[in-house]
Design a protein. Structure first.
Length: 340
């Protein structure tokens, strides 16, 4: 009997707005044509946007499989969401490489602990944990004082200073100085990149994570039963007669507010762009069906980008801010952007 080889597995982590999804999309373009790759993506918000952004890339006939876990750190709640999603993805895709994108506000150490559990020991071959970081954030205290921001750098095997085309001359050297001052293990390599242009070569080194040298939250992990699995994957809400629903979440010092709109809602692209540009939030991700096609929106560091995509099952948006008050007024304003 042929024993399957353990699957090379990489965690691609980094704080809110650093470009993790863009980096994974870039990696998927490098996938050898004869390989099957799987992506497990986790979002802080309850709505889940990345699944829609990956929608065009998720093509089983091209060997790409995506599964999404929305609603906060996937390693929490006794590790159940991650176990279920991962087991289902592995069974369906039978991949030759696995990429895992934790939420920017999650606990990458606990994700690594889950992957090192006995159940996965002969299934997964843990490779380099890649942490994306915007070197400009090293000079901002609300980032450097955030546990998740530092934990992502602490556990990194490879650090990628993303958005390097936007740096001042001293930004990268200040990142290197910050890393040097910490008592963490040293990363195997530190690179600069623009627009998430991660190289496949950076994924190859083995993971150096050792739980004995990292303090973690005391999560209890166990394999879920079929009865436990069903409720967790029935989370997609049914839209009420009004045609939309709002869902909120909070944790790690941040608030999220998201909305899902039925696909018959056609949004005015010009009005929508003006509205999104003015939102005061740490992070905005959205996919909208507009009068000018299906548009993916991404806002970080006050900069809104728009990309035309092929299709979407519905319109949806997730906003993450430090206070809920910054988001409470938005529902009516989105509805004003609906044509007709």
């Amino acid at each position: 009997m042929l024993i399957p080889k353990p699957i090379p597995t990489n965690i691609i982590t980094g704080f809110l707005g650093v470009g993790k999804t863009t980096a994974i999309l870039h990696l998927l373009k490098q996938k050898p044509a004869n390989e099957r790759w799987a992506v497990l993506v986790n979002e802080f918000g309850e709505v889940g946007i990345d699944g829609s952004l990956f929608y065009g890339a998720s093509k089983s006939d091209q060997g790409i499989y995506i599964r999404e876990v929305p609603g906060g750190c996937m390693c929490c709640a006794a590790g159940l969401p991650m176990h279920i999603a991962l087991n289902m993805l592995l069974a369906h895709a039978k991949p030759q490489r696995l990429l895992i994108e934790p939420t920017g506000l999650g606990h990458p150490k606990e994700v690594l602990d889950t992957l090192r559990a006995k159940h996965y020991r002969n299934i997964l071959d843990l490779r380099a944990t890649v942490t994306l970081v915007d070197a400009r954030k090293i000079q901002i205290e609300r980032y450097t004082c955030h546990d998740s921001f530092n934990q992502q750098l602490e556990i990194a095997d490879v650090i990628v200073a993303n958005k390097a085309d936007q740096y001042q001359t001293s930004d990268f050297s200040k990142l290197l100085t910050y890393l040097e001052k910490k008592s963490w293990k040293k990363p195997q390599s530190v690179h600069q990149a623009r627009m998430g242009e991660i190289q496949q070569e950076w994924l190859k080194p083995p993971s150096s994570y050792d739980r004995q040298h990292h303090s973690c939250h005391d999560h209890q992990h166990h394999s879920p039963t079929p009865d436990e699995a069903e409720p967790l994957f029935s989370r997609q809400p049914e839209l009420p007669p009004c045609g939309f629903v709002g869902i909120s979440n909070k944790g790690e010092g941040y608030h999220s507010q998201g909305w899902i709109f039925k696909p018959t809602f056609i949004f005015n692209r010009e009005e929508l762009s003006t509205l999104l540009s003015g939102i005061n939030a740490e992070r905005v991700k959205a996919v909208f069906i507009t009068d000018m096609g299906v548009i993916a929106y991404n806002k970080a560091d006050g900069v809104l980008t728009e990309i035309e995509i092929d299709d979407a099952l519905d319109s949806r948006i997730e906003c993450i801010a430090m206070t809920s008050e910054a988001l409470n007024h938005l529902e009516k304003e989105f509805l004003y952007c609906v044509n007709g």
